[in-house]
Design a protein around this ligand. Structure first.
Ligand code: DP6
Length: 364
């Protein structure tokens, strides 16, 4: 099994205590991951832009446990803090993550951990922090592993970090490198794999450099459907096979589009992907509508603006009501004005986040 290369039996160096910190970005999928099998394997390949401003910073403080004093031998020992405050509600997810990755990180039970995390975007913004959060934590753990095994290569480091992040949250494996990442086997993309994200390997036209993503915060509440429940609904979905085929074809179509800089084709694929994702949720059993009236209003305004001005602005959606407005760097001025005068009014408290494509995670 290819993942066996991430299993370690022993380390050369001893580690007793320390602290590591990483910043990892959020990402926005252009071809969506929706549907998984086995241990966090995607049913289709996806591709994303890595974001620059939306990120999570995580510090991991670790200390070797004293088993003579420690009564809880068999469990993991960790505490999670968000913005300096203990956040017990995050701990079950981390517990599950540790359970899944323990076979690949055999030192996990030997340490007591303090995980301190903060997001650049408000926690209540409805933006998923699981991708950037799991990526930042996976990078911290790999940083520890590298201290215990200094001869691991940079390539191994990043691949295993992405592999681990995937076990925390699928889309997190696309949140390490930039500017574009592919996750999932695709016949036309050499090196693509279900196990971890890899940098998009082909030419990208300058039209797509520094692509802009303004995130309109339409609904800031708790997610109506968790992504895990959503993915599971694809297991016996009547249109699942067609959807996975469509995603594969859309990724094939994007390859020449990125090469030639054809933004109008890009728009067709990206908007269709967003609506297909939501169509899957509307046609599953049980069914959900995750868009809000304001989501639709924004989409209609974008279409009208495009028709009237010839702009290349378009939208994509995640599994929620917020709208990501995508546009080329050359249109920053016109689109910013459009957002402020026409779209902002449809956001909760007029809030939006200005972001663009970034280059990936960094050690702090
Ligand atoms: C709609 O990565 O959040 O954002 O693997 O269950 O943690 P889990 O799911 P998650 O799913 C994200 C789905 C999406 C599309 C995408 O990012 O590709």
């Amino acid at each position: 099994m290819p993942q066996h290369r991430f299993i370690v039996c022993s380390y050369t160096q001893n580690l007793t205590s320390g602290k590591v910190s990483w910043q990892a970005p959020s990402n926005i999928a252009l071809v969506k991951y929706w549907g998984k099998y086995g241990e966090q394997m995607p049913m289709n390949a996806s591709v994303s832009f890595t974001l620059k401003n939306c990120n999570t910073k995580t510090s991991l403080t670790f200390e070797k446990r004293n088993f003579a004093k420690d009564s809880n031998h068999n469990g993991f020992d960790f505490e999670v803090f968000l913005d300096g405050k203990r956040e017990v509600s995050f701990e079950p997810k981390i517990q599950k993550f540790f359970e899944r990755v323990e076979v690949y990180l055999p030192f996990l039970k030997d340490f007591k951990f303090k995980i301190e995390t903060s997001n650049s975007f408000p926690h209540s913004s409805g933006i998923a922090s699981s991708a950037s959060g799991m990526s930042a934590l996976a990078l911290c753990l790999m940083d520890m592993e590298r201290q215990m095994q200094p001869d691991i290569t940079e390539e191994y480091f990043i691949e295993k970090a992405s592999f681990l992040a995937r076990l925390g949250s699928g889309s997190a494996c696309r949140s390490l490198q930039g500017p574009m990442v592919v996750w999932g086997e695709h016949p036309e993309i050499d090196g693509s794999t279900n196990l971890f994200g890899t940098k998009y390997p082909f030419a990208v036209h300058k039209n797509f450099h520094n692509y802009q993503d303004t995130i309109l915060l339409v609904d800031k509440g708790e997610k109506q459907v968790s992504s895990t429940v959503g993915h599971d609904l694809m297991l016996d979905h009547p249109f699942a096979e067609q959807r996975f085929r469509q995603a594969k074809e859309n990724l094939s179509k994007l390859i020449p589009v990125f090469k030639n800089g054809n933004i109008s084709e890009f728009i067709k694929i990206v908007e269709s992907e967003a609506l297909s994702l939501h169509a899957m949720m509307m046609t599953s059993m049980p069914y959900f509508i995750l868009m809000k009236p304001n989501t639709l209003e924004i989409i209609n305004r974008i279409w009208k603006f495009r028709e009237k001005t010839g702009s290349n602005v378009c939208f994509t959606l995640d599994a929620g009501a917020n709208v990501h407005i995508l546009y080329p760097q050359a249109e920053i001025e016109a689109v910013s004005k459009f957002i402020k005068t026409e779209l902002k009014q449809f956001c909760k408290n007029s809030e939006f986040i200005t972001d663009w494509v970034g280059l990936g995670a960094k050690k702090l």
